[in-house]
Write a protein that binds this ligand. Structure first.
Ligand SMILES: [Zn+2]
Length: 212
């Protein structure tokens, strides 16, 4: 069974997927999902109201994480993004939920925040950094989710992907319209490895499904 770790669409076949909902959307609670105040939305949505909405949806078993939340230096309101990110990380720690992170040009900030906030698991989605960054994140017990960049990877990304430990990897489609099986095929083309079985184990650990 293939797992799409982070997507904005619904599959009608038997793919297991985690759909990422924005704070102003209503999650489909029948499937795995995440919900969070995205860094692109921090100026448009009241933080306290967002925290209440997230806390409410987090009581559902299919809500596997808070996200996507994060820091994006290509967007405005970085101070607000920072405040919203920390508030949601604290909520995740209170509710014992992992976190799915959108990070653009902010790996250093994420790494320094991780020194302080360590109570739950974190994953960076859409990772496209280099090998050195990948290892800095993994050393802090942060998972890396790779997306459509694997279909046509730069040498830098190939080097990172080939080096990271398999027990810290996820694969995702995000906003790409294609099927996750194409990303698994690209990954297995680069490394002859059974990502399907490994990612199923990783997901059970991350989403705390092991005892479910
Ligand atoms: Zn996304």
């Amino acid at each position: 069974m293939l797992i799409d770790f982070h997507t904005h669409k619904t599959y009608s076949d038997n793919t297991t997927f985690v759909r990422s909902f924005m704070i102003d959307q209503t999650p489909d609670e029948n499937r795995f999902f995440t919900i969070g105040l995205h860094p692109w939305q921090v100026a448009d949505f009241n933080l306290d109201k967002a925290l209440k909405i997230i806390e409410n949806f987090c009581t559902h078993d299919n809500c596997i994480a808070i996200g996507e939340i994060g820091l994006d230096k290509t967007r405005k309101f970085f101070d607000l993004q920072y405040k919203a990110f920390i508030a949601q990380v604290l909520l995740a720690e209170k509710l014992n939920k992992p976190v799915v992170i959108h990070a653009v040009r902010s790996y250093n900030e994420i790494l320094s925040l991780r020194k302080k906030y360590t109570k739950t698991l974190w994953a960076i989605h859409g990772f496209i950094g280099n090998k050195q960054t990948a290892f800095q994140l993994i050393d802090k017990n942060i998972y890396l989710s790779f997306g459509k960049a694997l279909l046509n990877p730069s040498p830098k990304l190939q080097q990172a992907f080939k080096a990271v430990p398999y027990d810290k990897i996820f694969l995702e489609t995000d906003v790409w319209k294609g099927h996750i099986e194409q990303i698994y095929a690209a990954a297995e083309n680069m490394i002859n490895y059974d990502f399907e079985s490994q990612i199923t184990l990783n997901f059970a650990k991350f989403a705390n499904l092991e005892n479910a």
